[in-house]
Design a protein around this ligand. Sequence first.
Ligand SMILES: Cc1cc2nc3c(=O)[nH]c(=O)nc-3n(C[C@H](O)[C@H](O)[C@H](O)COP(=O)(O)O)c2cc1C
Length: 336
Amino acid sequence: MSCIISQTKSTLPKLFLAPMQGLIDAPMRDLLTHIGGFDVCVTEFVRITHTIHGRSIWLKYMPELANNNLTQAGTAVAVQILGSDAENMALNAQKVVELGATHIDLNFGCPAPTVNQHQGGAVLLQYPDKIEQIVTKVRKSLPDKIMLSAKMRLGYENKDLALDCAQAIEQGGAEQLTVHARTKIEGYRPPAHWEWIGRINQAVCIPVIANGDVFTLADYQKIRAVSNCTDVMLGRGAIQCPDLARQIAAYNHGQVISALSWQEILPWINDFFNSCCDKAAEGSAYPVSRLKQWLGMLKLNYPEAGKLFTQMRTLTAVNQISQVLNQQLEESQNIV
Ligand SMILES: Cc1cc2nc3c(=O)[nH]c(=O)nc-3n(C[C@H](O)[C@H](O)[C@H](O)COP(=O)(O)O)c2cc1C
């Protein structure tokens, strides 16, 4: 496929932080972008049904709207919307743009049964025409300066329509496409089919962002080589290894940066817990459950996180958790 000059693919590698519902919200975006390496983050999906969401809902998903669409560390944030009613998607996109958003991402990949039953997310990958209709409607409703992108899986039950869906997204006027290299029914089962991202990349002119199963710098090098994409999105890899993006960015600048030690990670864990506490209402289970959730994933890279998790397993009060964290911090400072 030959692309006109204005649509040629970028050459400077960019790193995107994946949208992850229930896992990457504002405190996690702040943490990961402070550690560094990311160029753009995407919010958890905001589900669009029959109403136009008000300011409080948009701010709940994207508090960065009140900070010029930037995380505390200054990284750009896009807002992701999910739905099947083109008109309502467009009206909601307009609403969040009125509130200051400059980049809207459309979700065509969510595998959740509730979402799919309402004809949103991955289920739409069976109907490229419908996808094109949604993208076109949203694009036409927004000023030209607003960036519109989309994120898709390779299909619903099979990959037969993968290229048609990607082309529908491009035809509709999206300027960028992220591809998670699995179908809906493949869930998160390895392997991710990176070669399919390469096929899509060849079939469209808009930049394609490669996504799926990048857990190490070696995975990053391989997904780029196989897909021939410049840009990559990190999801679970960034949660399990919070400095993965920083290591990759250093590599892209010809530098080598050593991985964060457990002692270096501990203050970040404490900061994360404190920012979850700041966000939560008094007595809310949110800070404790988010911290435990993160430790459960961190332990895949840091065995110490597993030990900390065990120490906290039965604790539910914020002050008890703070005590354990402070004790850990003191001990680790003594070791240094
Ligand atoms: C818990 C969880 C929540 C997710 N939420 C979203 C979401 O809100 N929007 C979206 O487009 N993808 C979502 N995804 C998919 C991820 O963005 C990403 O495509 C997928 O995890 C594969 O990338 P990874 O192997 O780097 O994690 C979610 C994935 C997980 C595991």
